[in-house]
Design a protein around this ligand. Structure first.
Ligand code: LLP
Length: 393
């Protein structure tokens, strides 16, 4: 959690801000590195989860590659030290400008999401006299058992190509002149906590690998995407995801042929726990039926609770909140609706949060906010952009 020195430091700072525990980040990266390198697995960090420069520097220093979903993410990966040869580029709507940029940068691989896109990449590569390396993103129709807004591997969603379309992919691959086919790509969803789902994915990957082989297309890269979930309910107990168990599933269930590489695209699991959104209580409103804790941070700073009904642990970490609130060794606990300052009723982090009785000026931490937090900031209501604060190393 936060020690007294850290809370004292927060007291002197303007809020809100994202606080990064760089030590925890490094421990997490080390755990991922150790568990993945045991099997020679390649990990690409999904840039979209967090592109704070210090976070990227730490991730890059472990030798991971980068998974990007826009031309700007490709650029940010390269600018932040990820070698272009370790950058992959997914995305259902890549513009010509973005494709051209990635071709010029000589990235490792385009994760292609439709037959039409394959043709466009081929044409743009041809115009430059280049060969584009590609993997085909396939929808394996595996239910990720996660929130419907972050499920991506079922038929009839916009991502990738469905299995019934694969014969036309083969036909298109045969017709292209400036494409080097590397392999197949999957990403079935995010915040996956049911590990059985990954076993089901492995079965599909094995079948499809064989199918491509039978069509005369050897596969060098099996990219199984990301999706490993984190424990939003117990961030202090499970600060580091169980990478050992995760990679073991793939090691045991994927049939990896001689010369094939297995690639992953982890985002959330690497960065979620290392950051909290730190904010101050502006006002406490006691109503007849409800008590509101009004923070200086809101949905513009962390939208996950409002967009996905996502749970984030909320702690009142104020240091000056000690003995005065103790009653025979017991804190006075009160249920609050923890809300932000934005002019929307949905601007609520959570209802009925049991917290020690809180006062104006108390510091509140919204935990496990490192993934898909700061990157989804908006300036609705003309809000200032929330800055980053880092642990002192
Ligand atoms: N690869 C692809 C192609 C992806 O689309 C994603 C995430 C990842 C990898 C990384 O997935 P991860 O390991 O982080 O689960 N904003 C939502 C999550 C959206 C995920 C989008 N794709 C949230 O806050 O829960």
């Amino acid at each position: 959690m936060f020690n007294t020195d850290t809370v004292a430091r927060f007291n002197d700072l303007e809020t809100p801000f994202y606080y990064y525990d760089l030590n925890l980040l490094k421990q997490t990266l080390q755990a991922c590195y150790d568990a993945s390198s045991k099997y020679n697995f390649h990990v690409h960090y999904a840039m979209k989860a967090n592109f704070d420069p210090k976070v990227l520097a730490a991730i890059q220093s472990f030798g991971f590659g980068a998974d990007s979903v826009s031309g700007n993410e490709v650029k940010a990966a390269i600018d932040n030290g990820f070698g272009a040869g370790k950058v992959v580029f997914a995305g259902v709507g890549k513009s010509d400008k973005e494709i051209n940029y990635a071709l010029d940068a000589d990235i490792f691989c385009f994760n292609v999401e439709s037959v039409q896109e394959l043709g466009v990449i081929n044409d743009l590569a041809k115009a430059k006299g280049k060969t584009a390396k590609v993997a085909i993103r396939i929808n394996p129709n595996v239910d990720a058992h996660t929130h419907k807004f972050i499920t991506t591997g079922l038929d009839e969603n916009k991502f990738g190509v469905d299995i019934w379309q694969l014969p036309s992919v083969i036909e298109a691959l045969r017709a292209t002149t400036n494409i080097e086919f590397l392999g197949i790509h999957f990403h079935i969803g995010s915040q996956i906590t049911d590990m059985e789902v990954f076993k089901t994915l492995c079965v599909k990957v094995n079948e499809l690998d064989q199918w491509f082989n039978d069509q005369g297309f050897a596969i060098n890269v099996l990219n199984v995407g990301g999706g490993l979930g984190v424990d939003y309910y117990r961030p202090d107990i499970n600060a580091i995801p169980d990478f050992e168990a995760y990679f073991k599933i793939f090691a045991e269930n994927l049939t990896v042929k001689e010369g094939q590489e297995v690639h992953f695209e982890l985002g959330r699991a690497l960065v979620a726990q290392c950051s909290s959104l730190i904010s101050r209580v502006l006002f406490v409103k006691n109503g007849q039926h409800k008590n509101f804790l009004i923070l200086d941070a809101g949905m513009t700073d962390l939208i996950r609770p409002m967009l996905y009904q996502a749970y984030h642990q909320i702690d009142n970490i104020s240091s000056d909140h000690g003995p005065s609130n103790m009653d025979h060794g017991q804190k006075v606990m009160i249920k609050y609706d923890v809300v932000g300052p934005i002019c929307e009723s949905t601007d609520r982090f959570r209802e009925d949060v049991l917290l020690p009785e809180s006062v104006r000026g108390d510091i509140v931490a919204v935990r496990t906010a490192g993934a898909y937090g700061a990157v989804m900031i908006s300036n609705y209501n003309l809000r200032d952009r929330v800055p980053s604060v880092y642990s002192v190393e």
